[in-house]
Design a protein around this ligand. Structure first.
Ligand SMILES: [Fe+2]
Ligand SMILES: [Fe+2]
Length: 336
C-alpha cells in the first residue's frame, strides 16, 4: 500500500532520492533536456529540500502578504475599490493554497509548513514587514510589489519541477491583474488633487527600494542561486531580474507622472539598460532578522488567525471523514 502524508500527498519513498547511479543519471537527463520532474520521479534529496524551502517560503509570502492590504479593505474609498481590493486579497489566499498543495507533492505536509511559519522558523518575503499607512500604498504595492513578483515568477512557469511550474501559470495571470489595479490606483491619485498626487509620490518613495530588494541579494552574495540555476528551478539571476524590473518601471513611472526615488537612475547607452543606485542591504538584512516595522505584528496576527480558524479545520475534517465513511458504505453496497 502506498503511504501518504496526513493531507494525502504521497510520502517520500527513500528509494526515490536519486541516490542510485541510474536514478541520478535519469534525473540529470531530464534536467538537461529541459523536461519536467514530477512528484514520483527520482530526485536528489538536495533538490527536494531546495524546492520545499522555496515553495513554502513563496506560499507563506502569499498568506502573510494578505495583511498589509487586508488592512485597507474596510477603508477603501468606494464600494468598487473595496470589491476590487477584496478580490485581490482573496487571490493571494488562493496563491498560498496552490503553492502549499504543490509543495505537499514533495512529501512535506501543509501542517508542517504552517507550523514552521507560526514558529518563526520559516521565512516569507521581507517586503510584507513594511507598513501601509495610506490608501496610496495599495497602489504602490500593486504596481511595485506585484510587479516585482511577476518579473520573478514568469520564469518560474518554466521551472523544472512540474507542480510548481503549473501553479505559477495561473498565479502569474492573476498577478498581472494585481499590477494593473495598482497602476490604476496610482494613476487616479497622480492625476487628482495636489494632495492626492503627493500621497501617491510618497507611497512610491517608500516602496521603490524595498521592491527592488525583493529579487534578493546581489548575485555575488546569493548563496543558493548557482545550484538553483543548474537545476533549472531558477532561470535568471537576482541581478538580471532586478535589471529587467528597473527597465520596465522607468517608462511606467513617466506615464504615471511620478518620480522614482533613485538618484543613480540613468540610461546607460553602452549597456542598453538603466543604471540604478546602490540599495541599502543593511536594511534588507535587518528586516530579515526580524527588525522591520511590522515583523512581530504580522506573525502575531497570523498566529491569532490560525487559532481562530481551529474550528473551521475541525469542522472540515469531520465533514471529510463523514463523506469518506459514506463513500465506503456505498462501495460496500455496490460490491455486495
Ligand atoms: Fe500572489
Ligand atoms: Fe498579487
Amino acid at each position: 500500500m502506498e503511504s501518504t502524508t496526513p493531507t494525502g500527498a504521497p510520502a517520500v519513498d527513500p528509494a526515490h532520492d536519486a541516490s542510485s547511479d541510474a536514478a541520478s543519471a535519469e534525473f540529470d537527463a531530464v534536467i538537461a533536456a529541459d523536461g519536467r520532474i514530477e512528484p514520483r520521479d527520482a530526485m536528489p534529496d538536495a533538490y527536494r529540500k531546495t524546492l520545499v524551502r522555496q515553495m513554502s517560503q513563496h506560499a507563506n509570502s502569499e498568506i502573510i502578504g494578505m495583511q498589509p492590504e487586508g488592512n485597507w479593505i474596510t477603508r477603501a474609498p468606494s464600494l468598487m475599490r473595496k470589491a476590487i481590493l477584496m478580490a485581490k486579497v482573496q487571490d493571494e489566499a488562493g496563491h498560498g493554497l496552490y503553492l502549499y498543495s504543490a509543495a505537499e507533492t514533495l512529501g512535506t505536509s501543509r501542517a508542517e509548513m504552517t507550523d514552521a511559519l507560526l514558529a518563526g522558523t520559516a521565512r516569507y518575503s521581507s517586503i510584507f514587514n513594511y507598513p501601509t499607512p495610506t490608501w496610496a500604498d495599495m497602489g504602490a504595492i500593486g504596481w511595485l510589489v506585484d510587479g516585482a513578483a511577476i518579473v520573478n515568477q514568469v520564469p518560474l512557469c518554466r521551472c523544472s519541477y512540474g507542480p510548481y511550474a503549473r501553479a505559477m501559470v495561473r498565479i502569474c495571470k492573476e498577478e498581472s491583474f494585481h499590477q494593473r489595479q495598482g497602476f490604476e490606483i496610482l494613476l487616479t491619485l497622480s492625476r487628482g488633487t495636489a494632495a492626492q498626487h503627493e500621497m501617491a509620490q510618497d507611497a512610491v518613495n517608500r516602496w521603490y527600494a524595498p521592491s527592488l530588494m525583493m529579487f534578493g541579494p546581489p548575485d555575488a552574495d546569493s548563496s543558493h542561486s548557482a545550484q538553483s540555476m543548474a537545476w533549472k528551478i531558477k532561470r535568471f539571476s537576482n541581478d538580471e531580474l532586478r535589471q529587467r524590473f528597473v527597465d520596465m518601471l522607468v517608462p511606467q513611472a513617466e506615464a504615471l507622472g511620478l518620480t522614482l526615488p533613485d538618484e543613480g537612475l540613468r540610461w546607460n547607452e553602452q549597456r542598453g539598460h538603466y543604471d540604478y543606485g546602490e540599495l541599502d542591504w543593511a536594511e534588507f538584512k535587518a528586516v530579515l532578522r526580524g527588525e522591520g516595522q511590522c515583523n512581530a505584528q504580522r506573525l502575531t496576527h497570523r498566529r491569532r488567525a490560525h487559532e481562530d480558524g481551529a474550528w473551521v479545520r475541525a469542522a472540515a475534517s469531520a465533514y471529510a471523514a463523514k463523506q469518506a465513511a459514506k463513500d465506503d458504505a456505498r462501495q460496500e453496497v455496490s460490491a455486495a
